[in-house]
Ligand binder design. Structure first.
Ligand code: UDX
Length: 434
């Protein structure tokens, strides 16, 4: 059986390493962050991802899954998965490839002859060919392939073990055969296998994320029109979603997309299209990005329309800090962006989240945080529902009314039961529902 290494132990790498180990492979996870490796060795996950810690613990205890900061321990592996981050550069829209380049450079000298380096990170098209050339110089006995990952945070384990497709960018039949051996247990479940060249494999990922971002911004543009014309975007989304050519998923209007992927991926894609001399082809993504950021502003406008332009001395309770439910990831979180802008306008902002308070506090230390909903909403002039955790849908509006100063709630995710809140005497407002 082939032996695997996984370089980078964030959301993608830690999940991939644990999942591959659960399929029976011996897996070495590598990271340059000693504190992360120390935790993982004890079977602990440094972030919240449903089901991952249980899986990781089982695999570490089985002895199949080990972690190290020492790249020489990868020497006997047959396949090396590169799972490091590609964040947005500080000074431009482009992706920062420092970690990907450094990982390939660190693996290459130790990789044994005939082994395969497989990129899973999301990269600008052309990166894999560039890395293949680099590898020719560093260690010509090793081959490169690209195998983009489509996992969603909150469903990372499920998406890794039961993906809806496997895409492999390869330059030889041998590389495809090795990857088929690695994914044999998944292929036995009829997962579609798509073989591509390196640029297409890289493009599949950014094309998919661009499409998803477009779908969300489309429905948020419709929300703006509904607000202007007196319509209801939730009914509109339900109605168009019944058309199987459109589909009902990713039509949840609200404060828009955030996280470590969609925003930076569409920006990096635009930056790359310019380098390729094809700027016009992705010009529409600029509009997708602005519609998305505008949704945050519309939420703040709604607050002002209720509380007045001057927010000083107003108390605003924010439910949700993570960029989406079932995650503690606050990277580019629309909820926290709104909370911080309202706080900058002078309001007292108190934020609740069941999992993301600590990561949120590290990023926005000036906001107030509560680990209890009751404490967060106490004496509030308005409640903003910004991340649709299940626990917020279970709130009893009548009971909550006794805690606040003014019974006004604004649903930034169109996920609460409006009738229930209105029946309990609340003024209920939402994006896209006049
Ligand atoms: C995304 C892609 O879905 C995944 O395939 C890729 O591998 C990584 O990027 P993820 O970032 O985990 O995954 O989150 P996703 O579920 O796609 O949601 C992204 C954002 O869009 C969230 O902020 C979410 O709240 C928002 N969203 C999603 C909406 O505003 N409306 C919707 O209808 C759906």
């Amino acid at each position: 059986m082939v032996k695997l290494s996984v370089v980078g132990t964030g959301y993608l790498g830690a999940t991939h390493a644990a999942a591959m180990s659960s399929l029976g492979f011996t897996v070495v996870g590598v990271d340059v962050d000693q504190s992360k490796i120390d935790l993982l060795r004890q079977g602990k996950v440094p972030f919240f991802e449903p089901g991952l810690e249980e899986l990781l613990k089982t695999e570490v205890d089985s002895g199949r899954l080990t972690f190290t900061t020492d790249f020489s321990e990868l020497a006997d592996c047959d396949v090396h998965f590169i799972c490091v981050g590609t964040p947005q550069k500080k000074d431009s829209l482009a992706a920062d490839l420092t970690y990907v380049d450094a990982s390939v450079a660190a693996v290459a000298p130790h990789a044994k002859a005939g082994s395969l380096i497989v990129g899973k990170s999301t990269v600008p098209v052309g990166t894999a060919n560039r890395l293949a050339t680099m590898l020719q110089e560093l260690n010509p006995s090793v081959e490169l392939a690209w195998n983009p990952e489509f996992l969603r945070e909150g469903f990372a384990v499920e998406d890794t073990l039961r993906p809806n497709r496997l895409v492999v960018g390869v330059t030889s039949e041998r590389a495809e055969e090795i990857l088929k051996e690695v994914y044999a247990p998944l292929l036995a479940n009829q997962v579609p296998w798509i073989k591509a060249d390196l640029p297409t494999a890289e493009l599949v990922k950014v094309a998919a994320n661009s499409f998803l971002a477009t779908k969300i911004s489309f429905i948020n543009a419709m929300a703006e029109i509904c607000e202007a014309a007196g319509g209801d975007v939730t009914v509109l989304a339900q109605a168009i979603g019944h058309d199987p050519r459109i589909g009902s998923r990713f039509l949840q209007a609200g404060i828009g997309f955030g996280g470590g992927c969609l925003p930076k991926d569409i920006r990096a894609f635009m930056a790359r299209s310019e380098e390729l001399g094809a700027r016009q082809s992705l010009e529409f993504l600029r509009e997708i990005d602005s519609i998305n950021l505008r949704a945050r502003q519309r939420m703040i406008d709604l607050v002002r329309s209720d509380l007045g332009l001057d927010l000083k001395s107003k108390k605003i309770a924010v439910l949700g800090a993570a960029f989406k439910p079932d995650s503690d990831d606050v990277r580019d979180s629309p909820a926290l962006d709104i909370a911080s802008q309202i706080s900058a306008a002078g309001a007292h902002v108190s934020v609740h989240d069941p999992k993301a308070i600590e990561p949120a506090r590290r990023r926005f230390p000036h906001l107030l945080y509560s680990s209890a909903i009751d404490e967060c909403v106490a004496e509030a002039d308005v409640i903003l529902h910004l991340t649709e955790w299940k626990m917020y849908r279970e709130i009893d509006p009548s009971e909550m009314k006794t805690k606040v100063r003014q019974a006004i709630i604004i649903d930034g995710r169109n996920a609460l039961d409006r009738e229930k809140w209105v029946a309990a005497g609340w003024k209920f407002r939402a994006l896209g529902r006049s």
